[in-house]
Design a protein around this ligand. Sequence first.
Ligand SMILES: [Fe+2]
Length: 157
Amino acid sequence: MTQGLGNDRETSIVMRCHDMQLLLCDELEALADRLPSGADRQHCLHLARAVYPLVVSTHEIEEALLFDPLGSLAGRVPDVPATLERLRFEHQSDLCFAEEIHDALLAFGRGEPVMTADAVGYLLRAFFEGVRRHVAFEKEILVPLLALVRPVSRSAS
Ligand SMILES: [Fe+2]
C-alpha cells in the first residue's frame, strides 16, 4: 500500500525507520527462540546496547516526519488527534520496554542474569509483538495519509 510514496524523501526515511524496527524485532525473536542455552552472550550484549538508541531515534524521526505532519489533518479526519496520541503513548511504552530489555540483556550477556530465561523471553516477545503491530498500523494506515499533507508536486522534487 505504501508503494509509490517512496519518491518522497521524508516518507522514505520513515519507511526506513519501520524496516529497522522490524529487523530489530526479528533479531529479538530469534534470540527469544534460542534462550537460554542457545543464546550467545556477545550477541546479547550487542542487542542490549542497540535496542534503546534505535527505539529512541526511530521514534524521534517518526514523530517529526510522520506524526507532526499528520496533525494538520485534524480538521479533515476527526480521529487523527486521538490516534496520534495513542501512538505517542505506545512509543513511550516501547521506550520503557526497551530500557528493561537493555538491562535484562546486559545482565544476561555478562553472565549475571537477574531474570529467568523465561522472563526475558516473555519480555522480548511482549516488546516485539507490540512493535510489529504498531509498525504495521503506521505503514498501512498512516504513511499513505502523508499523501494528503504532502502533495505529489512537492514530493516529486
Ligand atoms: Fe511508531
